[in-house]
Design a protein around this ligand. Structure first.
Ligand code: ADP
Ligand code: MN
Length: 330
């Protein structure tokens, strides 16, 4: 169960509101959210299992204030303990945060990476749902008209890239500066580690192809269903530690390649490799990348309204950017 006093602020976010928390193990993120986002996760799990696979695993909800019922045994509610409340309030003090006491508990998509490179691509040229105040709608329309949100139906909302020593962070203003003609520079910056001599071009292309295929899969599902997702994102994560990435990319092959011209492994070595395999069977190997859709505060399934062109166009344009990158490798 989740012990509230062990929640810490989540440090791997590429964009968005402050106030995202992580559990002690780092396997879960706890994101304060509106009821509409909880509803969307629950409805999607129940009615759109195919799309649910493209979202972070939903582990339940958590009341950060008053007691509430908890759907998942893994997730305990935070008791109305004064010290704890205060601690949480302090942790969530910095910057704008969502005015809510309810949070969703999700799989942390950056968990398991040595250094997680993260890219948040915000989808749509229209960024608000029906019923949004005119003032907010006008503000979001203005940002869209000045950015690739307006021209390409997506923009870079933020990114984090490991440079070998530190994380370079690119905030929301970075992505707003690009035009349709030069937004490829943003993708090239995010994927720059794949274009270094340490990474085989063929392997880099394979990784980009796999990421592209996930985005295409999301688009195909949305083309067959009826939904409206305003201001949702595609979140791309890949291993930013060069050595780890290299060995993960070679990993599968090393296992397949038979040992030739080598002495037979010792009993100890056999035991060690068995233990390693068992570990991988239980937890799976560490991830090389993840691609998921996130941020469903303004999302709903919309029977009768047709497919969500606003999002589909953005996904197509992201796919074109990925294609152009792959072409550069080969
Ligand atoms: P908002 O933009 O409304 O604040 P998001 O759902 O977009 O909320 O989350 C903000 C940021 O937090 C994202 O840009 C992403 O970097 C990070 N984030 C959100 N959900 C997850 C998750 N499940 N795993 C890892 N990081 C996440
Ligand atoms: Mn967001």
């Amino acid at each position: 169960s989740l012990d509230p006093s062990t929640l810490k602020s989540f440090s791997n976010a590429a964009a968005g509101h402050d106030g995202v928390l992580a559990d002690e193990s780092g396997e879960m993120v706890i994101k304060p959210c509106v009821q509409a986002e909880i509803d969307f996760y629950q409805t999607t799990q129940a009615e759109h299992p195919e799309f649910a696979e493209l979202m972070p695993t939903f582990m339940g909800t958590l009341s950060l204030g008053a007691p509430a019922s908890v759907p998942d045994a893994q997730v305990a509610q935070i008791a109305g303990d004064a010290a704890t409340e205060q601690e949480l309030a302090e942790k969530r003090l910095h910057g704008a945060k969502i005015a809510t006491e309810t949070a969703i508990v999700l799989e942390n998509l950056t968990s398991g990476f040595k250094k997680a490179n993260v890219l948040d691509l915000k989808l749509g040229s229209r960024l608000y749902a029906d019923g949004t105040s005119e003032e907010k709608a006008a503000r979001l329309d203005k940002v869209a008209s000045e950015t690739t949100s307006g021209s390409l139906n997506f923009r870079i909302a933020g990114m984090v890239v490991w440079n070998g020593q530190d994380f370079d962070t690119y905030d929301k203003f970075y992505g707003r500066k690009f035009s349709a003609e030069n937004v490829n520079n943003g993708f090239e910056t995010y994927f720059a580690p794949l274009f270094t001599p340490g990474v085989e071009a063929e392997k880099a292309a394979e990784l980009l192809e796999t990421i592209l295929a996930e985005i295409t899969k999301a688009r195909h599902i949305l083309e067959r269903t009826e939904s409206r997702m305003y201001s949702a994102s595609v979140l791309i994560v890949y291993e930013g530690d060069g050595e780890t990435l290299g060995s993960l990319m070679r990993g599968q092959e090393d296992k397949k390649t038979p040992r030739v011209d080598e002495r037979a492994p010792t009993t100890r070595e056999l035991k060690e490799s068995e233990a390693e395999e068992e570990e991988e069977e239980e937890e799976g190997p560490p991830p090389t990348f993840k691609v998921k859709m996130i941020d469903f505060a303004h999302a709903k399934w919309a029977p009768g309204e047709g497919k969500d062109e606003n999002v589909i166009k953005g996904l197509k344009n992201i796919e074109k950017q990925m294609d152009a990158l792959i072409a550069k490798l080969g």
